[in-house]
Design a protein around this ligand. Structure first.
Ligand SMILES: NC(=O)c1ccc[n+]([C@@H]2O[C@H](COP(=O)([O-])OP(=O)(O)OC[C@H]3O[C@@H](n4cnc5c(N)ncnc54)[C@H](O)[C@@H]3O)[C@@H](O)[C@H]2O)c1
Length: 263
């Protein structure tokens, strides 16, 4: 099996629709042993969701803005597994005034929150978990949208944070390569999740996406994204790092939608 014997940490399971839920499900089907993280009020929801996975995993507390949580996760995983083969950053948050078309008036405090949770935390968690990975090497995967290259309606400071996240992927790839740690992102098409609900105009984007993507796109099915992340967590992309892999039905590759008769 693709991930047989791998010990993996998956952040970001909020509910059944979360991209991270699908990643966790696919990883377990592929033979991995996993632990989830969640935080605060939603921990109890994550614990309920964990029971719906093929092998209900433990859920550790990790608010990425709390150094003590990160230290706790490192200690627990060290005790449990003695090391870590990979982990997934499936975390994003932006305050309401940082999304929805208020780009020009968003206060710095809201921009800082979006950047810290959605981008800087990738570096923070990578460093926090490095002692568990530096001997054995491994894979870190972050979640991107549209390779962060275009301005989207409503996406605003989350779009800027994604651009930062992709840059952080490259810098981490540079600095962690010496430990044989690969760092990549998956650029996913729109998936109907709680985070997506916070982006006004999401429905229009996903409808257009489904129309344009040569392979089609179903925003209610995160499983293609889960599988793509598992491929990056596996040993089958051993020389790939600092990369953004698209899982978007091919949407990024076309300037214009296919004419109806060619569908
Ligand atoms: N849904 C989409 O259309 C889409 C497309 C491309 C990329 N993404 C990315 O996928 C990732 C997962 O998002 P999702 O769409 O599954 O939504 P989601 O709402 O299910 O997941 C977001 C997660 O971020 C977590 N989070 C927020 N603040 C946190 C903090 N301080 N510490 C730790 N965790 C925190 C939430 O608890 C939640 O589990 C995000 O990076 C998102 O930007 C989503």
């Amino acid at each position: 099996m693709l991930l047989e014997g791998k010990k993996l940490l998956v952040t970001g399971v909020l509910d059944r629709r979360s991209i991270a839920f699908s990643i966790a499900e696919e990883a377990q089907r592929a033979g991995a042993e996993i632990v989830l993280t969640s935080f605060g009020r939603v921990m109890s929801i994550t614990r309920m969701m964990a029971k719906r996975l093929p092998h209900p995993p433990d859920v550790l507390e990790l608010d990425v803005t709390r150094a003590e949580d990160l230290a706790g996760v490192r200690e627990e995983l060290g005790r449990r597994w003695g090391g870590l083969d990979g982990w997934v950053h499936s975390i994003a948050f932006a305050p309401d005034d940082a999304l929805g078309g208020r780009f020009l008036t968003t206060p710095w405090e809201s921009v800082a929150t979006a950047f810290r949770i959605s981008a800087f935390s990738l570096k923070e968690v990578a460093m926090g978990l490095l002692p568990l990975m530096q001997e054995r090497g491994g894979s870190i995967v972050a979640m991107d949208f549209d390779n962060a290259v275009q301005a989207w309606p409503s996406y605003d400071w989350m779009g800027v944070s994604k651009a930062a996240l992709v840059a952080i992927v490259r810098y981490l790839a540079r600095d962690l390569g010496r430990y044989r740690i690969r760092v990549n992102a998956v650029s996913a098409g729109p998936v109907r999740t709680m985070a997506a609900r916070g982006v006004p105009g999401f429905d229009a984007i996903q409808e257009e996406w489904a129309r344009r993507a040569p392979l089609g796109w179903d925003a209610s099915d995160p499983s293609p994204v889960g599988k793509t992340v598992c491929a990056l967590l596996s040993d089958y992309l051993p020389a790939t790092t600092g990369e953004v892999v698209h899982c978007d039905g091919g949407h990024h590759a076309l300037a214009y939608p296919l004419p109806e008769q060619d569908r």
